[in-house]
Design a protein around this ligand. Structure first.
Ligand SMILES: [Zn+2]
Length: 371
């Protein structure tokens, strides 16, 4: 390291850089808010500039200062006074804190020390964006997952410190293994889950029928609202109908598949919105119940690119524990039904954060078991 570098980062005290990291993080958080809103809607991140979601008022830079502006305007649009979600403030604060924590945990007043803290700050920012998007839309966009895989691999080449090694070749190996083990382990769990409990089969007696209305599935002894069945656009109910009745016609002996976007009866494909009533006689219905989706495979690959294979495996195992704890808490507060509506990505994110900050302690606790 050159003398000039040493003096640049040491010219100001550590505390000053802590403040810089928090402010920089909150600016990144402001951009995350744009990502969280636009990515799942396939909107451009670059254009237009930030707008009020209601009146379209273009927000000038001086009213778009992270944290400060939301507080200054008391969470309202300057022009139409519509309430702006506190989530915007929350994401800016959390991202500021994420960068500050990365600096405190991994930073040092050297060029590699600063780069390492910035890298972990961006990794935490990616986990935050994925969490908020997954909560709302049950997807994690490819820009985050596949983008994360590419970014993790490239950064590993430039910054071996990320994987606690000295040579770039070792760092790339660690990242590559992390990608493979991350994707492979979640994929394996997904396949296993499909075999074991991924689907719920419901059997109907002779003469009983299932009725699909606009909002719910009516079975002989229960009514299941669609929000408890369909979480992703790809979730599909499948059955073979002995007889199927629609409002104006009926047919016999047809395979039926219903997802939020498509109703397939035999060879015919319909828009479910246009079919308010279906009555089917069938022996068995198969309803999807999957905690994880293929997005989580890509998400874990991205995490593995940064934290290596041990971090990926830990994140997968710890995410199951996090999920179980939250499940128990929900039962305790009498909200068991909520657990089915929670996506899995946030559990993975939380587990990965635990690994990032407590890697040494976790490894120290585990290593004796491996010997
Ligand atoms: Zn407005």
């Amino acid at each position: 390291m050159s003398e000039a570098e040493l003096t640049f980062w040491t010219r100001a005290p550590f505390m000053f850089w802590s403040f810089v990291f928090f402010v920089f993080g909150s600016v990144v958080g402001s951009f995350l808010n744009v990502c969280i809103y636009r990515m799942p809607r396939d909107l451009s991140l670059a254009k237009p500039a930030s707008q009020c979601p209601k009146c379209g008022f273009s927000i000038p830079w001086r009213l778009n200062i992270p944290i400060v502006s939301w507080l200054w305007l008391r969470g309202r649009c300057r022009q139409c006074a519509v309430a702006i979600s506190p989530r915007y403030l929350g994401v800016e604060l959390l991202t500021g804190l994420a960068f500050l924590s990365s600096w405190l945990a991994f930073g040092a007043q050297t060029t590699p020390g600063v780069l390492l803290a910035v890298t972990w700050g961006f990794v935490l920012a990616g986990l935050l964006a994925a969490t908020f998007i997954d909560f709302e839309h049950f997807i994690i966009p490819d820009q985050i997952t596949l983008g994360g895989v590419a970014a993790g691999f490239l950064v590993s080449a430039a910054l071996p410190e990320l994987h606690y090694v000295e040579r770039p070749a070792d760092s790339l190996m660690a990242s590559g293994l992390g990608i493979l083990v991350g994707a492979g382990s979640v994929f394996a769990v997904l396949q296993l889950g499909k075999l074991m409990f991924g689907k719920v089969r419901m059997t109907l007696e002779e003469g009983e029928s299932a009725i699909f209305t606009e909002s719910a599935l009516h079975l002989p002894d229960e009514v299941v609202p669609y929000e408890e069945i369909f979480f992703r656009k790809s979730d599909t109910i499948r059955l073979h109908a002995r007889r199927i009745e629609l409002i104006n016609r009926c047919c016999v002996d047809a395979d039926v598949a219903l997802s939020p976007k498509r109703l397939v009866i035999g060879d015919e494909s319909l828009d479910p919105e246009t079919v308010p009533f279906i009555k089917v006689e069938t022996e068995e219905l198969v309803i999807p119940r999957e905690a994880m989706g293929f997005g989580d495979v890509k998400f874990m690959a991205a995490i593995g690119a940064f934290v290596g294979w041990q971090g990926a495996l830990f994140s997968l195992m710890a995410s199951a524990v996090v999920g179980a704890v939250i499940g128990v808490l929900l039962i305790a507060i009498g909200r068991r039904d909520w657990s089915a509506r929670l996506p899995y990505g946030p559990y993975i994110s939380l587990a990965a954060v635990i690994w990032i900050f407590f890697r040494e302690e976790i490894l120290a606790a585990w290593l004796p078991l491996g010997q």
